[in-house]
Design a protein around this ligand. Structure first.
Ligand code: C5P
Length: 222
C-alpha cells in the first residue's frame, strides 16, 4: 500500500520544520524542508552577486546548482554544490532576502519540479508555503500551521538567544511580519491555506501537542 504524503504550510516561524521533522521521525517518513532549498539558492545568489530581482538570471544559476537535503542526527543538512551550508542559510542576510528569490516564477517552476520528484513515492512530510496548494495538491493530509506574530517572534528570539546571539525582539517581529507580507502578496504560488487543509493555531500549544495532533490526523488518513 502506498504511504501517504503530508503537507505542512504556514507563515514564518510557526514551528513547521520542528513539527514536520518530529512527525516524519515518528512515521519513518522522509522530511523535506523546501524553505531550505530557496534559502540555499538565495545564499548562492548573494555570494556570486546575482540580481535577486531577475528571474531568468536566477533560473540559470539554479540550473547549475545542486541542492541535496541529507538526513542527520539533528534533522537535516543542506548540501549546496557539495558544501554543507546548513548554518549559513539561516543567516539574517539570507532570511531577509529569500522572499525576493522565491517570488520569481522561473525559480518556483524548477523548485516545484525538484520537490515533486522527491515526493514521488509518498511517505513524505514536506513543509513550506505552497506545498498543499501547488507541490502536493493531492496530499492525503494538509496542515496549515499558524501562530500570532508575537508568539512567533518570541520563539525565534529564544532560538537565537540559545545560540548566544543577541537580537532585538521588535526588529525580529517586524522582519517576520514583512517576510509574511512578501510571501503572501507575491503573484506566483503565494502563502495561502489550501481549501482542504486543517488549520492549527499553535499559539498556545506545545510542540508535543502539535505533533500528536498531526499524527492523529495522519492515522485517520493512512
Ligand atoms: O520555511 P523557511 O522560513 O525556511 O522559508 C524561507 C523562505 O522561502 C520563505 O520565506 C519563502 O519566501 C520561501 N519559501 C517558498 N515556498 C516554499 C518554502 C519556502 O516560497 N515552499
Amino acid at each position: 500500500k502506498k504511504l501517504i504524503s503530508i503537507a505542512i504550510d504556514g507563515p514564518a516561524g510557526a514551528g513547521k520544520s520542528t513539527v514536520a521533522k518530529q512527525v516524519a521521525e515518528k512515521l519513518s517518513f522522509i522530511y523535506i524542508d523546501t524553505g531550505a532549498m530557496y534559502r540555499a539558492l538565495t545564499y548562492k545568489a548573494l555570494a556570486i552577486g546575482a540580481d535577486l530581482n531577475n528571474g531568468s538570471a536566477l533560473e540559470s544559476v539554479l540550473h547549475e546548482t545542486e541542492i541535496v537535503l541529507v538526513k542527520t542526527e539533528e534533522g537535516q543538512s543542506v548540501i549546496l554544490d557539495g558544501n554543507d551550508v546548513s548554518e549559513e542559510i539561516r543567516s539574517s542576510e539570507v532570511t531577509n532576502n529569500v522572499s525576493f528569490v522565491a517570488r520569481q516564477k522561473e525559480v518556483r517552476l524548477e523548485m516545484v519540479k525538484r520537490q515533486q520528484l522527491l515526493a514521488e513515492s509518498g511517505g513524505v512530510v514536506m513543509d513550506g508555503r505552497d506545498i498543499g496548494t501547488h507541490v502536493m495538491p493531492n496530499a492525503e493530509l494538509k496542515i496549515f500551521l499558524i501562530a500570532s506574530v508575537e508568539e512567533r517572534a518570541r520563539r525565534r528570539y529564544e532560538e537565537i538567544s540559545l545560540k548566544g546571539i543577541t537580537a532585538d525582539f521588535e526588529i525580529l517581529k517586524s522582519e517576520i511580519a514583512l517576510r509574511d507580507k512578501r510571501d503572501s502578496e507575491r503573484e506566483t504560488a503565494p502563502l495561502k491555506k489550501a481549501e482542504d487543509a486543517i488549520e492549527l493555531d499553535t499559539t498556545s500549544m506545545s510542540i508535543e501537542e502539535v505533533v500528536l495532533s498531526i499524527l492523529h490526523y495522519a492515522q485517520e488518513r493512512a
